[in-house]
Design a protein around this ligand. Structure first.
Ligand code: PXP
Length: 251
């Protein structure tokens, strides 16, 4: 029997919706608690340099208020390291970050940025934080992650998911092979293997069959899908609230 597979729920896009209006609704911490009550194993949140979704106060509240592991996604910058050391999350997942990108587009270049990443990995590990590197599944990136002493890698599944969505079966097959062989290589080097980005029900089911992978981190699809799973109920609540109010109206 393969090891159990954890689900980390990324709640960034609850904050995206909140920030579209300002104010406090919807609250990403409330979403995190709901996801935990529904059976997820941890919460992931990405504090981006531009604070476009999760904000510093969200991260502090997540740490204080949730009772499952918090995975703090961040760029490997001095500012973020300082916030992570103050927050003391269970884990930090180091990701590349470009201001202009819509989401984390590629993996971290662990092979090309060994010198810059080494002190960051060291500081976080020294503080008792589990460090994960979000990388493509190319062997040189996996070997570099191991050489850096990161205990965990998260394989970027975005290119595989995009190729499937675009119907490019040859590319999807090539990306899938890369993920399969990458997961095997990483596990053989003693790394804990996670995966994420762009996953939906079908791709999560497929990748769950790889026994080396012990955690999936999923956000955008879940938050989008929650609209469809939840909208009917909230419209009913609103209808009922309006009906109660109207019943009090004088003719
Ligand atoms: N893992 C990492 C490292 C990410 O950067 C992201 C996106 O923020 C995810 C997982 C989740 O990706 P998605 O929102 O597409 O499910």
């Amino acid at each position: 029997m393969a090891k159990s597979l954890r689900l980390g729920v990324n709640i960034d896009h609850v904050a995206t919706i909140r920030n579209a209006r300002g104010g406090r609704h919807p609250d990403p911490v409330r979403a995190a608690k709901l996801a935990i009550a529904a059976g997820c194993d941890g919460i992931t949140a990405h504090l981006r340099e531009d604070r476009r979704h999760i904000r510093d106060a969200d991260m502090a509240r997540l740490k204080a208020e949730i009772d499952k592991p918090l995975n703090f996604e961040m760029a490997a910058t001095d500012d973020m390291v300082a916030i992570a050391l103050k927050t003391q999350p269970h884990a930090c997942c180091l990701v590349p970050e470009k201001r202009e990108e819509r989401t984390t587009e590629g993996g971290l270049d662990a092979a090309g940025q060994q010198a810059a990443l080494k002190p960051v990995v060291h500081k976080l590990k020294h503080a008792g934080i589990r460090v994960s590197l979000f990388i493509g599944a190319q062997p040189k990136q996996i070997e570099a992650a191991a050489a850096l002493g990161a205990p965990v890698i998260e394989i970027h599944t975005g290119a595989w998911c995009d190729a499937l969505a675009e119907g490019d079966t040859a590319k999807a097959e090539a990306e899938w092979r890369l993920i399969v062989t990458g997961a095997e290589l990483a596990a053989s080097l003693g790394l804990e293997v996670h995966a994420g980005h762009g996953l939906d029900y079908a791709t999560a089911e497929e990748i769950a069959a790889l026994p080396q992978i012990v955690e999936l981190n999923i956000g955008h699809f879940l938050i989008g899908e929650a609209v469809f799973e939840g909208l009917a109920e909230t419209v009913k609540f609103m209808r009922a609230a309006m009906d109660r109010g109207r019943a009090r109206a004088r003719a």
